[in-house]
Write a protein that binds this ligand. Structure first.
Ligand code: ADP
Ligand code: MG
Ligand code: MG
Length: 858
């Protein structure tokens, strides 16, 4: 029979599967010789055994082991459980592999009954303390085991009372207990313990826990461990207290301890947000020695775990005890800052640093803020900045209402007195969370940081009436549906809608991404053609431009007019249009080269079918005819002749380049002239990369290429200048993949256009696929949308074939990926397995792509 319980000395931090996170870390701390009250852990295996059997009772062997462990604790402590003059009191704590805040509750002071409460009173000489502990046990037992709210009991008296008065109070507590639960409060300590263990086991399957697991993708079959631990008392005297501490600021990542504590308090008083705690710096004054020891231990733990720790501690009569440690939850900002600092402090390697940064963090780090001007006047209340970011939305006062409003597509801000685990679903659909009460470690604050949702807590000047669904502040009231703006970084709440600003790039993130670049095997380029977007791409860290689409340069009014003239007119009017457009394009390319210098830039020649430049409406066509001074009948006829049944499979790409060679020639002339000019002016060597799209045969590529080369040589002759240049092709037709070895003989580079390649490999029209893709993914015909995540088996295999054949044929052939999936981390980790040199994506996706390339290479 496998062992089901483990003394703290027997476990270690790696055993989270078996002992839960809390249990495993308590064991680890014990073995580091830190001051941890003795105890043992009932394994998750015991929980799973319990949950699968129908009778739902604790097995005989488990009960035996538990009794054995209690005897050990009795020996170690010289106290006795449930009887005697020096009673042993225990806490019963739940703890699964993944921390699930507030999901399954703790029972404190277990072992007290009508007899031992007197013994405790006598041996401590503190009657009020003993009875308060007893009150709390009865309350917690009712709450955790029978789901009877603690409010049924009223608050535990804090003033001094006589023996007789306490007796009355306890009798009353037990009466309420009996009425509310239909059972007598168990006097037998072992009975208390076993019932509590069962309750923790069963709580694995309560609704709140299920919802939390669903939201966070935690499997349902892990089970929870139960930690049984000797009590220490933060409510014992004036030199006693309890608190939580982070080794670094969980909101900003700033170095230095950060936390809260309460004197004369027990257990969850802090987390519950009932009494407002003091900042940990207060402890330095109140109990300097304890504070020193605490910070020393916290730093030791941080070094040991190589990560920021979140510790729970209790002070009993001036002596410090550690009750929990774990890797602290933190905001994305803090996560990035802390990981970087730990790396520079030598605690973690660059690889570990990269592993600790994730896509979501980067996304949230680049979160919006409010514009500066909009501030101050409209501030209605201020609270604690619990989780940064900025959000604008409409108020909901209950989680239900939040869900309902978000279903209707509204942006919701959940406003409550405080949140509890029941609110989790409502919190997860909200743009921001605001609470009137609670501190930086209250439920709302912790959960919001975990979700990366903007959050402000402890807004003292806000009175929330959840029943009436309204809130009041100093000069007004708020009702359901009212717009407010919440700044989670400053704690300010504004009336009405503020303008959101794009986030600035963070310096630390920039440094981390540079480290990513060092580790990556593939480079990241940007897809951009306007000066603004190109600058943005470089700012985001692009090493070049992988795709500049020239068709985007023809949509300004004057150019569009000339493009239309080019398409619709004849003879000298066409030449006139070409000359006009060439000058404009040359200017575009000059700007591009001026920004990029010698960084590579791949310019794609005109790709879309010509009819995209024309309206379909006859009336509009007549207007164009008039504007261009052309015959309207022939214009309409020409437009008609350009219409295609399947335009995406029609006269476009290289086909257009062959049917109307003057267009490509014009573009190439503009590119080369611009490159020559800028090279001369800036005294650099611009190397133009000219890309011919939609190639499927060698002949069509060669023909288009030859006509370009002819123009280039003419230009060299005319200007008496030369430049190195490359003419390559997009690989986006399956046939091109099949003949990649031949293509490599004539093309200088390849760039996979995964959008068209996916469209043509599947035979799905990208513009119509939305009609059936959801059904396809729903029925798992496809694992996901292949336009978002590369289809590795099919499209990916074609890419493998083409890139391998291409490189084999020509070693110097550079190969890139410039479709949407070039910015998708999942696709990038696959692309890494191909001989691909770079990926290219939209500027906003570049930071994530850089991270993904590093992760893929490590
Ligand atoms: P949670 O997972 O909700 O944090 P814990 O098991 O950590 O639950 O218990 C909550 C609090 O109860 C702890 O932070 C601590 O203050 C108190 N507590 C738990 N065990 C003990 C103990 N042995 N002695 C004193 N206080 C305890
Ligand atoms: Mg709890
Ligand atoms: Mg805890």
């Amino acid at each position: 029979m496998a062992k089901l319980t483990y003394r703290f000395h027997e476990g270690k931090k790696e055993w989270k599967d078996l002992l839960g996170g809390k249990g495993a870390n308590l064991c680890e701390m014990k073995n580091l010789n830190l001051p941890v009250p003795n105890g043992f852990v009932i394994s998750t295996e015991a929980c799973r055994n319990y949950l699968i059997q129908e009778t739902k009772s604790l097995s005989g062997s488990l009960v035996e082991e538990i009794i054995f462990q209690i005897k050990e604790l009795e020996m170690l402590s010289s106290k006795t459980f449930g009887i005697g003059v020096n009673p042993l009191l225990l806490s019963v704590r739940s703890g699964a592999k993944y921390s699930m805040p507030g999901m399954m509750d703790t029972i404190l002071n277990l072992g007290l009954n009508d007899k031992t409460v007197h013994a405790l009173s006598k041996i401590t000489g503190n009657r009020d303390f003993a009875f308060q502990c007893y009150c709390r046990l009865i309350q917690m037992f009712a709450d955790v085991v029978y789901n009877v709210a603690t409010t049924n009991f009223g608050t535990i008296p804090t003033e001094t009372k006589t023996e007789a008065e306490w007796k009355v109070i306890i009798t009353n507590y037990q009466k309420i207990f009996a009425t509310m639960t239909g059972r007598k409060f168990p006097q037998d300590a072992y009975e208390q313990l076993l019932i509590a263990v069962e309750a923790v086991f069963s709580s694995w399957n309560n609704q709140r826990a299920k919802v939390y697991r669903r939201i966070h993708g935690i499997p349902d079959n892990l089970g929870t461990a139960v930690t049984i631990q000797q009590m220490v008392f933060g409510n014992y005297s004036a030199e006693s207290g309890t608190g939580v501490m982070f080794t670094r600021n969980p909101a900003t990542g700033e170095k230095g301890v950060y936390g809260e504590y309460l004197l004369q308090a027990q257990g969850e008083d802090i987390v519950a947000g009932i009494r407002t705690p003091e900042s940990i710096s207060g402890l330095q004054e109140a109990m300097p020695q304890v504070y020193d020891e605490l910070t020393k231990i916290a730093n030791q733990l941080e070094k040991h775990y190589c990560d920021m720790q979140d510790v729970e501690f209790t002070i009993e009569a001036g002596k410090l005890y550690m009750l929990q440690t774990r890797n602290g939850k933190r905001t994305p900002q803090a996560a990035v800052a802390i990981a970087y600092d730990l790396m520079t402090e030598g605690l973690i390697s660059e690889e570990t640093l990269i592993a600790r940064i994730d896509e979501e963090m980067i996304g949230q780090l680049l979160h919006p803020t409010f514009t500066d001007e909009a501030k101050i006047e409209t501030v209605i209340v201020r609270g604690l900045p619990a989780s940064p970011g900025a959000a604008v939305g409409q108020i909901a006062f209950t989680a239900e209402a939040a869900k309902e409003m978000s279903r209707k597509g509204k942006k919701v801000i959940l406003v409550r007195n405080e949140t509890s685990p029941e609110d989790i679903e409502g919190m997860s659909v909200s743009e921001a969370i605001v609470t009137a009460r609670g501190g930086m470690t209250s439920h709302a604050a912790v959960v919001a940081r975990g979700m990366g949702v903007c959050c402000v807590v402890g807004c003292e000047n806000l009175q929330v009436d959840e029943e009436k669904e309204m809130a009041s502040f100093v000069d007004g009231i708020l009702q359901t549906g009212d717009f407010i703006s919440v700044d989670g970084s400053s704690g300010r709440i504004y009336l009405g809608k503020l303008t959101l600003n794009e986030a600035e790039t963070s310096e630390v993130l920039e440094k981390i991404l540079k480290i990513c670049d060092d580790h990556a095997a593939m480079s990241v380029y940007g897809n951009a053609e306007t000066p603004r977007d190109i600058k943005e791409a470089l700012l985001k860290g692009a090493k070049g431009i992988g795709l500049a689409r020239t068709e985007h340069m023809f949509f300004q009014a004057d150019r569009l007019k000339m493009m239309r003239q080019l398409i619709l007119a004849e003879g000298s009017r066409v030449d006139e249009a070409l000359a006009y457009l060439k000058e404009k394009q040359k200017n575009d390319f000059r700007q591009i080269y001026q920004i990029l210098g010698e960084l590579p830039c791949t310019i794609r020649l005109l790709d879309p079918p010509l009819h995209e430049f024309l309206p379909q409406d006859r009336q509009e066509l007549r207007g164009i005819a008039q504007e261009l001074n052309l015959n309207s009948h022939s214009v309409i006829a020409k437009a008609k002749s350009l219409a295609e049944v399947n335009p995406m499979l029609g006269l476009r790409g290289v086909r257009l380049g062959i049917i109307r060679p003057e267009i490509y020639q014009m573009q190439v002339a503009a590119i080369i002239e611009a490159a020559l000019e800028v090279s001369k002016e800036e005294e650099i060597t611009v190397i133009p990369h000219i890309m011919i799209p939609l190639v499927g045969t060698i002949k069509e590529f060669s023909m288009a290429k030859d006509s370009c080369v002819e123009i280039i040589n003419d230009l060299f002759e005319k200007t008496k200048m030369r430049l190195p240049f490359e003419i390559g092709t997009m690989i986006e037709i399956p046939r091109a993949c099949l003949i990649a070895n031949q293509l490599a003989q004539v093309a200088d580079f390849f760039s996979f256009g995964t959008n068209d390649l996916t469209q043509l490999t599947y035979g799905y029209s990208r513009d119509d696929a939305h009609k059936f893709l959801p059904t396809y993914t729903h029925h798992e015909i496809l694992p996901n949308d292949p336009f978002q995540h590369l289809d590795q088996e099919g499209v990916g295999e074609l890419m493998r074939m083409a890139s391998e054949m291409g490189k084999q044929e020509k070693k110097s052939l550079s190969v890139g990926v410039c479709g949407e999936v070039g910015g998708d981390p999942v696709s990038i980790s696959f692309i890494q397995t191909l001989p691909v040199d770079y990926v290219s994506c939209s500027p906003y996706r570049i930071p994530n792509a850089r991270l993904a390339c590093a992760k893929a290479a490590i």
